[in-house]
Design a protein around this ligand. Structure first.
Ligand code: RNT
Ligand code: ZN
Length: 428
C-alpha cells in the first residue's frame, strides 16, 4: 500500500515556526525578513529543455546529438509549444518567486513551415515573447549548435569547411538579434549563451587550428555591438562530451581568455570539469578577470550526466560563494539538467526549489560575524559557527517563504503535480 501524505502544515503552525526561527536567527545577528526580501529579487533562469528531453520543435523525429544524452522514458514529454508552456506554467506554480525562461533556438515557434537555423528571426519567437510578458518572465537564449545535419561531423564554428562555419556564424548572428528583440520587448537583458559541441573522439594532431577558427567565428558573430541592456553574450566551456572525449575545442582556458579579452560573460556549467573540481571555487577566481558570470547549475554524477539539481553540498557552496562575495548582480543563475526517468515537471520543480532554497540558506548566514572570526584568526569559532548553523531552522524560513509566495509548502507540491500527471501528462 502506498503511503499518502496526510496533511501539510497549517497556516498557523507555519507562521509560529517562522516566528521562532526569526528569533533564533536574530540571536546571531541575522534578519530573516531581509533574507527573504533579497531572495525575492533573485531570478533563476529555468531551462526549457528539461520538458522535452532537449528535443525542440524543428523535427519531431530528430535525434539529440552534440555529445549530450538524455536517458529514461517517463510518460508525458512535451511535444508542442503549447504543451511545453503548459508544463512550465505548472512547474512555476509550484516554485516560489518570479523567474526567467531560458530558450534554445531549436524551440522556435515555426508555425507550419520550419526555417533553417541561419534564417531564424525574432518573429519566430514572438509567441514566446508574448507568453513571457503575460507571465512576467524574462527570457534568456541559446543558439543551437547541435542536432542538425551541419553539426553531424562533430564540428560547427571550428569546422575546417568554410561553408559549414559560415552557416553557423550566420546562426549565431541571428540568435543575437533574437536575444536583443527579447530583451527589448521584455525590458530585461537577454543572456545569450553560446555552447558548441566541437571536439575529437580520439587524439588530434592539430589542437590549435580548430581553436583559431573558433576565435575567428566568434569574432564574426560578435562583431556587431549590441546594447547590453538588450542582449549580453556568454560563452560556455566544456571538458569532454560523448564522442569528444579526447579534445574539446572550447575548453575552459579557451573561453576564460576569450571572455576576459572580449568582455563576454563566462558560463560555468557545474558538470563541465574534472569530477573532483567544483565551480563554487571558480566563481571568485574568474570574477577577477571577467565582468559577469552565467552559471549552468547542474549535477554531474561520475560524469557530465546532467542529473536533476538537488540540495547538495556543492549547490550550497555555489550559493554561499555568490552571496558571501556580494556577487548577486554579477552572476546570472541558470539551470541545466535533463532527466527523462522521472516526471519532467517534477524535475524542474525539484531542481529550481533546491536552488532557491540554497540561496536562502546562504542569505541566512551571519556573514559579518564569520568574517570577523576569520579576520581575528579565530578559526575555532569560524568552524564552530559553521557547524552550528547547519542545524539552524532555515527550513521554517523556507516554508514561510513558500507559504507567503502562495506556493505549496514542503512536499505539498507533490499532490498537485500528481494530479497534473494524471490529468494532462498521461493523456499525451
Ligand atoms: C552541454 C551544455 C549545454 C547544453 C544545453 C542544452 O554540455 O551544458 O549548456 O546542456 O545547451
Ligand atoms: Zn550547460
Amino acid at each position: 500500500m502506498s503511503h499518502r501524505l496526510s496533511s501539510v502544515a497549517t497556516d498557523s503552525s507555519i507562521e509560529k515556526s517562522y516566528q521562532l526561527a526569526h528569533e533564533q536567527y536574530a540571536t546571531i545577528g541575522v534578519d530573516t525578513r531581509a533574507a527573504i526580501e533579497s531572495l525575492k529579487e533573485i531570478a533563476i533562469s529555468m531551462h526549457c529543455w528539461q520538458g522535452d528531453d532537449v528535443g525542440g520543435f524543428e523535427n519531431p523525429d530528430g535525434l539529440l546529438t552534440g555529445g549530450i544524452a538524455v536517458t529514461g522514458s517517463y510518460p508525458g514529454k512535451a511535444r508542442t509549444v503549447a504543451e511545453l508552456r503548459g508544463d512550465l506554467e505548472q512547474a512555476m506554480a509550484l516554485i516560489p518567486g518570479k523567474h526567467r525562461l531560458n530558450l534554445h533556438a531549436s524551440y522556435a515557434d515555426h508555425g507550419g513551415s520550419v526555417v533553417d537555423r541561419n534564417q531564424l528571426q525574432p518573429e519566430h519567437f514572438l509567441s514566446w515573447i508574448d507568453w513571457a510578458r503575460q507571465h512576467q518572465l524574462g527570457l534568456d537564449f541559446n543558439p543551437t549548435y547541435f542536432s542538425h545535419p551541419n553539426s553531424a561531423d562533430g564540428f560547427t564554428l571550428s569546422h575546417s569547411d568554410r561553408g559549414v562555419r559560415q552557416f553557423w556564424v550566420e546562426h549565431g548572428i541571428c540568435c543575437r538579434q533574437i536575444g536583443a528583440a527579447m530583451g527589448k520587448a521584455l525590458g530585461s537583458p537577454c543572456i545569450n549563451n553560446t555552447w558548441i559541441p566541437d571536439g575529437h573522439k580520439d587524439t588530434p594532431i592539430d589542437r590549435n587550428g580548430p581553436r583559431e577558427r573558433l576565435t575567428e567565428s566568434l569574432n564574426a558573430i560578435f562583431a556587431q555591438p549590441i546594447d547590453p541592456r538588450l542582449n549580453r553574450d556568454a560563452v560556455e566551456c566544456k571538458l569532454f562530451g560523448l564522442g569528444s572525449e579526447s579534445y574539446v575545442v572550447g575548453s575552459h582556458e579557451f573561453y576564460l581568455g576569450y571572455a576576459a579579452r572580449n568582455h563576454k560573460i563566462l558560463c560555468l556549467d557545474a558538470g563541465h570539469f574534472h569530477p573532483t573540481e567544483v565551480i563554487s571555487d571558480k566563481i571568485s577566481s574568474v570574477l577577477q578577470s571577467v565582468d559577469e558570470l552565467l552559471l549552468h547549475v547542474s549535477r554531474g554524477v561520475r560524469w557530465d550526466s546532467d542529473h536533476v539539481v538537488t540540495f547538495s553540498d556543492e549547490l550550497q557552496a555555489i550559493a554561499q560563494e555568490i552571496v558571501r562575495g556580494g556577487f548577486l548582480k554579477r552572476v546570472h543563475i541558470g539551470l541545466d539538467f535533463f532527466d527523462a526517468s522521472i516526471n519532467r515537471v517534477a524535475a524542474w520543480v525539484i531542481g529550481t526549489r533546491a536552488t532557491i532554497k540554497a540561496l536562502l540558506h546562504a542569505l541566512l548566514e551571519p556573514i559579518e560575524l564569520l568574517r570577523g572570526y576569520e579576520v581575528d584568526g579565530d578559526y575555532t569559532s569560524r568552524l564552530a559557527m559553521l557547524e552550528e548553523l547547519k542545524a539552524f531552522p532555515a527550513s521554517a524560513v523556507w516554508d514561510y517563504y513558500c507559504h507567503s509566495s502562495e506556493v505549496p509548502v514542503g512536499p505539498g507540491w507533490l499532490q498537485p503535480l500528481k494530479r497534473y500527471e494524471d490529468e494532462v501528462l498521461c493523456k499525451r
